[in-house]
Structures are given as structure tokens and as C-alpha cells.
Design a protein around this ligand. Structure first.
Ligand code: FES
Length: 120
């Protein structure tokens, strides 16, 4: 089962999720990564769930047409994805805070973060 790490507010929220998990669906039923995850439509239209993939992006499928339309080629090339369009099968690390380090620039998350594991 994949481990998901969400970086937010200087903390890293981490939990194991079942294979084939969609983070927006999980947050919608008040499970991890709720309440530390932004989303709205769940259909790839609003862009609220936009996430910068820090690790594990190589395991994700190619962006679908909704991601291409909502994010555009530039953001996709910089590692952004729509979480509502992703069903996870591998470990992933992401943030919805876009002043976070840019993996494309070879930066990594700040080392001073606290890791929090949420179960349930
Ligand atoms: S929740 Fe609206 S695009 Fe993902």
C-alpha cells in the first residue's frame, strides 16, 4: 500500500493508504489527508486540488485531458498535477503550497519540518 506525505505549514502529514486511492475522495469522507488538503469540484475543473509533486511523480500516469486543460503544459512540466484525477498505486510526496521548494530546480523540502503520522 502506498505511503502519502502531504507537506503543509512546515509539517509533513504522512499515512499509508489503500492501493488505488484518490486523495480528494478520501478527504471528502474526512479521511487522511483531511483536513490538510484543498479540493472542491473533484472533476478536474476548478484547479483547487492542484498539487506540486515532490517525490513519486515518475510513478503517476500521463496527465489526462482535464489536467492538460486546467493546468496547461507549463505547470504540468513543472510537476503540478490535479490530485482529483490521480489514483495512487505508489508512494508519493506533495504539497499544495506553491512557494514550496521546486523539485525541477533540484530543491528539496525544508529540513526543519515535523513529521506527523495520522492513522484511520
Ligand atoms: S478538485 Fe477541482 S480540479 Fe480537482
Amino acid at each position: 500500500m502506498p505511503f502519502v506525505t502531504v507537506h503543509k505549514g512546515g509539517q509533513a502529514f504522512r499515512d499509508e493508504v489503500p492501493d488505488n486511492t484518490n486523495l480528494v475522495v478520501k478527504a471528502g469522507i474526512r479521511k487522511f489527508p483531511y483536513p490538510n488538503f484543498k479540493y472542491k469540484c473533484g472533476m478536474g475543473k476548478c484547479g483547487t486540488c492542484t498539487s506540486l509533486i515532490l517525490k513519486g511523480g515518475e510513478n503517476l500516469p500521463e496527465p489526462n485531458w482535464k489536467e492538460k486543460k486546467t493546468l496547461g503544459d507549463d505547470k504540468l512540466a513543472r510537476g503540478f498535477r490535479l490530485a482529483c484525477q490521480l489514483w495512487l498505486h505508489h508512494d508519493i510526496e506533495l504539497t499544495q503550497e506553491f512557494d514550496a521548494p521546486d523539485p525541477a530546480a533540484g530543491q528539496t523540502p525544508a529540513p526543519a519540518e515535523t513529521e506527523t503520522t495520522i492513522t484511520g
